[in-house]
Design a binder for this molecule. Structure first.
Ligand SMILES: Nc1nc2c(ncn2[C@@H]2O[C@H](COP(=O)(O)OP(=O)(O)OP(=O)(O)O)[C@@H](O)[C@H]2O)c(=O)[nH]1
Ligand SMILES: [Mg+2]
Length: 441
């Protein structure tokens, strides 16, 4: 899905993460390329503009560029803003106060209405509902049969009448049938046209009056790009929509429809069709789609994990200590423990390119065993020694080694590592040091 867009955006961030730090110019260049990729994917111009402006603003006003992993922060912001234009959270179906709830499917000819009616029937049954499909498309001769056959295949009841019946009558009668069958949902397949015309709109409005649907979902072909957006606007104005179903997302849709349609029309995408088979329907999750486009699910999970683990107060205390140059061995221990909570250092290095260059400069071998040793050594020190390690001479070193079950060499090694970290911190500007102390935040 959206491979080309995904590939292009992926390449932009790959280039960014190869850099040590990011400047405003780097961000602008990256955003220019993202903008081009979105336009090539046929995303609405206004949506693209708003998106890049918002991302730029957030990147430049938060402390992103001073962070240790600026690229990852940028990716995170892009992910959040992409999720926002895709609709934010998941939009579920609205039910009526009393069953049956009515779901009316509308759309142009060939968009996938009839297929989607069957898919929705299956989806509803899987969620423990009792659907009744209604064949209210009397315009195309084979339309009724098509739905009846699909219903038979799935063992889902279909209400159909003779092709000469008026759609309005079919709808009225179908409500009666739903009551007899104790159906909880009516899924109504309506007629389509090749183009939007007044007669079609008028009929749909009449059907709407009779059925009082809790859902009017427009079925649109994702491969038609901006045309799908125009169709959605028109249907929304004339008939009123509660949601959208984008079909043929398995085809070579470039992403333009999916990425524009909610922002332009204000109508959320509720489902996507991903194939011709009856089970090829998925509820639409904006955040997952956004992750898919960015191809960075793992990275985002990791960043979230780091955010959860590093506790705010701890990070603040550390910042203060650093500012006042009172960073001690105890703090060093605490910092190593925070890194452990997030995962092994190696794991971090692999997944966060921005951090990898720094992680490599940290003392080697910060593994479980090493951490235990460090802990034992620090705990065997007196309070004074922890705060002023320079007073640790030969005899103190022997005492600490004995108390912690280690050797004086181990103690020495730790003190060296600590000095390295102190030096490293002094070298870094305070923004970067802060980021180190607050993990990946
Ligand atoms: N690949 C793919 N094909 C789909 C999808 N949804 C529908 N189709 C195909 O699109 C074609 C049209 O689907 P229909 O369900 O008949 O469309 P319709 O909107 O009911 O069309 P009319 O009844 O003529 O107005 C069929 O060949 C379907 O198999 C999808 O998500 N992916
Ligand atoms: Mg049809």
């Amino acid at each position: 899905m959206f491979e080309l867009l995904s590939e292009k955006i992926g390449a932009v961030f790959k280039k960014l993460s190869g850099k040590g730090g990011l400047t405003e110019k780097d961000v602008d260049e990256a955003l220019r390329q993202v903008r081009l990729a979105l336009l090539e994917a046929d995303v609405n111009l206004k949506v693209v503009k708003e998106f890049t402006t918002k991302v730029r603003e957030r990147v430049l006003t938060s402390q992103v560029l001073q962070s240790l992993s600026p690229t990852q922060q940028v990716v995170k912001i892009v992910h959040e803003e992409l999720t926002a234009i895709l609709g934010g959270g998941q939009s579920t179906l609205t039910t009526a106060g009393h069953p049956p709830s009515v779901l009316m499917l509308v759309g142009l000819q060939g968009s996938g209405k009839t297929t989607t009616a069957a898919k929705l029937g299956l989806h509803l049954r899987h969620s423990g509902q009792r659907p009744l499909l209604v064949a209210a498309d009397t315009r195309r001769p084979a339309a009724i049969d098509q739905l009846v056959i699909l219903g038979k295949q799935l063992d889902i009841p279909v209400y159909a009448e003779d092709q000469k019946s008026a759609p309005l009558n079919i709808c009225v009668h179908s409500i009666q049938r739903a009551k007899e069958l104790a159906a909880t949902w009516l899924v109504v397949d309506t007629q389509g046209r090749l183009h939007i015309d007044e007669a079609l709109m008028k009929e749909l409005v009449e059907v709407k009056k009779v059925l009082e649907p809790s859902e009017i979902l427009l079925v649109v072909d994702a491969m038609t790009g901006q045309e799908a957006v125009r169709v959605a606007e028109e249907f929304n104005t004339k008939v009123g929509l509660t949601g959208l179903i984008l079909t043929k997302m398995d085809g070579d849709a470039r992403g333009g429809a999916a990425l524009s349609i909610k922002s332009v029309t204000g109508v959320p995408i509720k489902f996507i069709g991903t194939g011709e088979k009856v089970d090829a329907l998925e509820p639409f999750y904006p955040d997952r789609m956004s992750s898919r486009i960015l191809g960075m699910g793992d990275m985002l999970t990791l960043i979230e994990k780091a955010e959860k683990v590093v506790d705010e107060k701890w990070a603040k205390d550390m910042e203060k200590k650093l500012r006042t140059a009172t960073f001690t061995l105890e703090d060093f221990l605490s910092q190593l423990q925070q890194v452990k909570k997030i995962g092994s250092l190696g794991q971090l290095m692999e997944m966060v390119p921005g951090l990898s260059s720094l992680a490599r400069r940290l003392p080697e071998g910060v593994d479980e065993k090493q951490l235990k040793k460090v802990e034992a050594i620090v705990l065997s020190m007196t309070k004074e020694e922890r705060q002023r390690p320079e007073i640790i001479d030969g005899s103190r070193r022997r005492r600490i080694a004995q108390g912690s079950g280690t050797t004086p060499q181990d103690v020495n090694q730790l003190l060296n590592q600590f000095r390295q970290v102190q030096k490293l911190m002094r070298q870094m500007d305070s923004g970067k040091a802060k980021r180190l102390l607050s993990g990946l935040k």
